[in-house]
Design a protein around this ligand. Structure first.
Ligand SMILES: [Zn+2]
Length: 160
């Protein structure tokens, strides 16, 4: 799977957000964004503080940067931790709704659209919760892996 570093795209988003909100661009905040883009996500606040600390960026600066990124819809909280220190952040998912199929053997991800499922989720009402968007992940085996596994089984049976 090829992953493109999202730094340029997210930096453009941050610049636009800063302009709209009359926010000054700071090298420290930019560095925190760069760390987010270079580390595997989700990334915890504690880890961000640790890595940013090695670059001489203070904890409050990291916390402020995270708040800004959340408001700018660059990051979103994906963990369950109430304590801010242990919160996990991932990049803000695309607002369009998405169903992804993940192969549990090779990790291949394919995205599909299904109007029936989309409709069902959009019509779903949640108690005290308003949905913004969703990602539905379906796990299984891709075509390539299924045929490889079938071949492995045939050769195993022939050895036996
Ligand atoms: Zn596979």
């Amino acid at each position: 799977m090829i992953t493109v570093n999202p730094y340029d795209r997210l930096m453009a988003k941050l610049v636009a957000y800063a302009k709209r909100n009359h926010l000054r661009m700071t090298p420290q905040r930019n560095a925190v964004l760069e760390i987010c883009c270079n580390e595997p996500t989700p990334i915890s606040t504690a880890r961000l503080v640790l890595i940013a600390g090695e670059r001489g960026i203070s904890r409050p600066t990291v916390y402020n940067a995270i708040d800004t990124f959340v408001h700018a819809e660059i990051l979103q909280c994906v963990g369950k931790a109430v304590d801010k220190k242990y919160r996990q952040y991932d990049f803000f998912f695309q607002k369009h709704t998405c169903i992804q199929l993940v192969c549990t053997r090779c990790g291949r991800i394919s995205k599909i659209k299904d109007n029936n499922i989309s409709k069902a989720i959009h019509n779903r009402q949640f108690n005290n919760f308003v949905m913004q968007h969703y990602t539905l992940t379906v796990y299984g085996k891709c075509k390539v892996c299924r045929s490889l596994l079938a071949k492995e089984n045939i050769s195993k049976n022939q050895e036996a």
